[in-house]
Design a protein around this ligand. Sequence first.
Ligand code: NAI
Length: 276
Amino acid sequence: MEIKGKTVIVTGAARGIGRGIAEAFAAEGANVVAADLGSLAAKAAGDWNYALAAEAELAGVASEIGERGGSCAALEVDVADRASCQRLVEHTIEEFGRLDVIVNNAGIVQSGLVADFAESDWDRIFAVNVKGIFLMSQAALPHLQQAGGVIINIASVAGKRGYSRMGAYCASKFAAIGLTQSMAAELAEYSIRVNAICPGNIDTSMWFDHLSKSALRQRQYGTKSVDDTFAAVIDDLVPLGRAQTPADIAEAALYLTRAQNVTGISLNVAGGFEMN
Ligand code: NAI
């Protein structure tokens, strides 16, 4: 698909990987809807183990893209809420008149042993990481069918292999890949392509506010700061020896939007950290 002039929704776009994807599509001339929790953050996330993005971060993405000459509207969504997903799609159509691509990027993480993992945390992870893809795709499909569109789901290398203390997150990302493959098979007759991207390790809030601290707690590397822990993980586990960036993931999203003969894949962007 030619990207210029198309409309793209990116969820979880207030920061991190989603923000990088929103910036990249805007730079290619797309009309971008940067969607995130905004004022819904406190209620939607409850007392989650790290802060999710609130209004200021969400507004900041749209204004920065606008300052660079891009087209971007910041809209609120809780991807775990059906009505909220439908409102987001309706507002997108009101704003830009069409919808061509959705990037289901919103996601959360909590690590811990299966033996004592809180059921409420399990449910929340699945509500955002899996049901969020289902609800957003269902809301978008009537419009994507008109546009012969593209769905991109941000899964993870944790959707290819199980890791200790990552049971809920890994299960949710395996589910995201399974859902990607089912939708790819179902929607091919409408020429809608559905693919997943599996990022490796990126220094976003997810890493710095949670995963590095968790790795520190496990004393896996004997490091004392989250920066040192992140560096130790990359050095130890990534063949190319460097972390990924939101721009790396955005590059893959642009490729999957353009690649007319590619559907149902789960593309690792992980420096060789995962090769399956
Ligand atoms: P992040 O925490 O910086 O960004 C996630 C965004 O999703 C936040 O802005 C948050 O407010 C938003 N969000 C959370 N719940 C939401 C909901 N119910 N509705 C709408 N928005 C919601 O994390 P990051 O790293 O940018 O994560 C983006 C995606 O990439 C996630 O799906 C994550 O699982 C995945 N990923 C991240 C990796 C990493 O190393 N950072 C590696 C592999 C995958």
